[in-house]
Design a binder for this molecule. Structure first.
Ligand SMILES: Nc1ncnc2c1ncn2[C@@H]1O[C@H](COP(=O)(O)OP(=O)(O)OP(=O)(O)O)[C@@H](O)[C@H]1O
Length: 315
């Protein structure tokens, strides 16, 4: 059974359709990413999933419980940080967690607090006052709080916003560890490189619709590829190739990038050798998720990649 299922979910606010026929499922132990330009509808969809607002149409189920009909059972499986987590900075992390556990009526709170602190990697710092915490540690404390009730699904809206690279790396490792322990995680982010490294699958939203829903690896592999070629003279190489109708550009000193699929590489090399350009190395350039994302959200390509069935293109 999927941990989270959205079927034909739409949300109209006022007269505006903000989320348009979204279909998706998150499986056990999966880290699922939500990507999209500003205003795509990510936060609105997440707010429906965590029960802050109701869908206008369609159904959302968590562990099989419909969130509209069986709200309490559905939300008992969801832990979330949607708005900035409230913490009392003059208290220690442990005191904060004791407070939340009491509010949430968590049984065996003492033991559970030890467990969640360990899961988010704050053991050893749990008795420090939160005001001494870095932003990354505060975020992890927020996750610890969301984990207290032992949810099956953790929902995080833009969790790495504002974190420095070390904080982002630690956060990513924590999420991967949680998923390895069987937790499903739904995470939204603008940081495409982050989603690429953190998620197993990704849904790309645009204008309230999912325009692609794929494994991160297939999204990357499924796009046009390129070759990176190390040459003696990059400007001359690009000139020669452009004359022969190749899509080539200088990428760095002595490196050019040529858009091509692998089968044309022998011809590409022959063209360079004939023009007496020395070649030192040829490597495939795997496109980053960022490039794939930009291609998919480009208006022309976006309309051609959506399908009539809710615009969901499954891998
Ligand atoms: N309560 C509301 N009333 C009117 N419009 C709203 C409301 N909530 C969201 N919107 C609009 O719906 C669209 C989607 O907003 P949403 O916050 O879901 O997008 P997002 O993908 O999370 O964007 P961002 O990355 O900028 O947070 C936006 O154009 C926003 O202005």
């Amino acid at each position: 059974m999927s941990v989270l299922t959205l079927e034909h979910v739409s949300k109209t606010i006022g007269r505006r359709l903000i989320v348009d026929d979204v279909n998706m499922a998150v499986e056990p132990g999966e880290v699922y990413g939500f990507l999209g330009p500003n205003g795509a509808g990510k936060t609105t969809t997440i707010r429906m999933i965590v029960g802050l607002i109701r869908p206008t149409k369609g159904s959302i189920r968590v562990m099989g419980h419909d969130i509209s009909r069986d709200r309490r059972a559905a939300l008992s499986h969801v832990g979330a940080i949607v708005e900035n987590p409230e913490t009392y900075s003059y208290l220690t992390a442990r005191q904060n967690l004791v407070h939340y556990a009491r509010l949430a009526g968590i049984p065996h709170a003492k033991r559970r607090i030890e467990e969640v602190v360990d899961l988010v990697g704050l053991t050893g710092r749990v008795d420090d006052k939160v005001k001494r915490y870095s932003l990354g540690m505060r975020q992890r404390l927020g996750v610890a709080q969301a984990l207290l009730a032992n949810p099956k699904l953790l929902v995080l809206d833009e969790p790495t916003n504002g974190l420095d690279p070390a904080g982002i790396r630690e956060f990513r490792e924590m999420i991967r560890n949680l998923a390895q322990g069987g937790m499903s995680v739904l995470v939204s982010s603008h940081l495409l490189s982050e989603i690429q490294m953190m998620c197993d699958r990704v849904a790309i939203l645009k204008g309230g619709r999912i325009i692609a829903q794929r494994s991160v690896s297939s999204l990357v592999d499924g796009t046009a590829s390129a070759a990176m070629i190390r040459v003696s003279n990059e400007n001359a190489a690009v000139r020669v190739l452009k004359d022969r109708q190749w899509d080539a550009e200088v990428s760095a000193a002595h490196v050019i990038r040529v858009r091509t699929d692998g089968s044309a590489i022998p011809k590409l090399i022959r063209d360079l050798v004939r023009a007496e350009i020395d070649i030192y190395a040829v490597e495939p350039a795997r496109e980053s998720l960022e490039e794939a994302f930009l291609e998919l959200t480009d208006d022309k390509l976006a309309s051609s990649s959506s399908t009539p069935a809710g615009g969901v293109a499954n891998a």
